[in-house]
Design a protein around this ligand. Structure first.
Ligand code: FES
Ligand code: FE
Length: 432
């Protein structure tokens, strides 16, 4: 049910009302319309590497188990016993052909069907096992290993929902010699006090790095010299060749790569011990081939964001998980490249350790400051008008893509339009 709200007032061309962050009523509605009504990223196929693999994830507040069954089919099951609602799977990931509820022992196949009920004779004829499987996300689709789910029968196919933005995901994946990504389930996780959309406001924000990450860049300059990680933000980013793109459905890109010079590897912040991997690789394959391969160790120089919960940052993927209207969990999964030298993949892991430890803590501190500031009800508006004055600010190509300056707030305006569109719709969700 859609509450009667004046969206023209709440989300304007140049500003957004604080209440969409602070009012728990919006959060409750988002948990069905956004996380459920849109295509939500669940996990990566490489995290379910063999038959009977499973992984626990969330779709909004719904606890799910994503499984690969004995026939290699993927399912997204509600982790919720049909009897009295207890979760049936506690492990974060692993292998299991069935799940047994610890409360009264009901047992389900990893494809969801109810297999066995303890002391079933106590139900006489009143139990229809065929109707008592684990509920399922009705539509589960993958794009190049990235598994998404939706409960909305009206959503277009996943590939259309990702649209033009998926070509940038292709760039990220195609850096693997075998054109496949491996997502490592071991992850860095952080929780901040604040609404999940505050992280989205920042997702393709080329305006903040020189300020929000100033101490990181300063430390980098002092320790490692001028031309290392992040220093391409030390001057006005709009004067660099970097740019942003906005895509239909709220997706966005901050393309840092054009501002990063010819070699990505040369910009990596050195970390103790990493030289040994470089030395080993050079010794094994020679200098030319080694440094060519090392270009695959850092990220692709993109912040690429798929609304509502998947972000590509550096060489990692980040998943945004709302926990409450004022609490959000962010998880950074390291990725490795299929077919790459083991030294390159080891360095990818080391580089992946670097940014969350130094950079993401800056962002989460800022997100909490925004949340604190939003608690002042008399200051009603959050601005998002940077770049709006430019004559070409709202010009789209024939695919609905805009290209704008790196510090423009167009990505924020863009995702909030997608947000508004679904929030003002009637959405009917279906489960199997
Ligand atoms: Fe699962 Fe009773 S709640 S068997
Ligand atoms: Fe940041």
């Amino acid at each position: 049910m859609t509450a009667m709200r004046n969206w023209d007032q709440l989300i304007q061309a140049d500003r957004v009302h604080r209440s969409i962050y602070t009012d728990p009523a919006y959060f409750a509605e988002e948990m069905t319309k956004i996380f459920g009504g849109l295509w939500t990223y669940l996990c990566h196929e490489s995290e379910l590497p063999k038959v009977n693999s499973f992984k626990r994830v969330k779709m909004g507040l719904r606890p799910l188990i994503v499984t690969r069954d004995a026939d290699n089919r993927f399912h997204a099951l509600f982790n919720r016993c049909a009897h009295r609602a207890a979760t049936v799977c506690q492990e974060p990931s692993g292998t299991a052909s069935r799940f047994t509820c610890a409360y009264h022992g009901w047992t389900y196949k990893n494809s969801g069907e109810l297999m066995a009920v303890a002391y079933a004779e106590g139900y006489g004829e009143c139990l229809n096992k065929a109707e008592l499987g684990l509920k399922k996300v009705t539509r589960v689709e993958s794009y190049r290993g990235f598994i998404f789910g939706t409960l909305n029968p009206d959503m277009p196919p996943l590939i259309d929902y990702l649209g033009e933005a998926r070509h940038y995901l292709d760039i990220f994946i195609d850096r693997a010699p075998d054109k496949e990504l491996v997502v490592q389930s071991g992850a860095y996780r952080g929780t901040f006090n604040g609404n999940w959309k505050i992280a989205w406001d920042n997702a393709a924000d080329g305006y903040h790095p020189a300020f929000g990450h100033r101490s990181l860049f300063e430390m980098t300059r002092i320790r490692n010299g001028q031309n290392k990680g992040g220093t391409h933000f030390s001057r006005n980013p709009d004067e660099s060749p970097m740019y942003c793109k906005t895509f239909p459905n709220g997706h966005g890109l901050l393309h840092q790569r054009p501002g990063m010079g010819p070699s990505l590897w040369s910009r990596v912040r050195p970390a103790p011990g990493t030289e040994s991997f470089v030395d080993a690789l050079v010794k094994r394959v020679g200098e030319t081939a080694a440094f060519e391969a090392l270009e695959g160790a850092p990220g692709a120089g993109m912040n690429l964001n798929f609304f509502p919960n998947l972000m590509i940052i550096g060489n990692q993927i980040q998943v945004v998980e709302p926990l409450a209207h004022g609490k959000t969990q962010l998880t950074w999964f390291a990725t490795t490249l299929k077919g790459a030298h083991e030294e390159v993949n080891a360095l990818r892991m080391r580089i992946a350790e670097d940014f969350p430890n130094f950079g993401e803590v800056d962002d989460m501190e800022i997100f909490e400051r925004c949340w604190e500031g939003l608690q002042a009800p008399e200051a009603e508006w959050v601005m998002m008008n940077r770049g709006l004055y430019r004559p070409d600010a709202e010009i789209m190509d024939d695919k609905g893509v805009r290209t704008v300056d790196a510090s423009d707030e167009a990505p924020m305006r863009n995702y909030l339009q997608a947000y508004r569109k679904i929030m003002e719709s009637e959405v009917t969700l279906a489960v199997a």
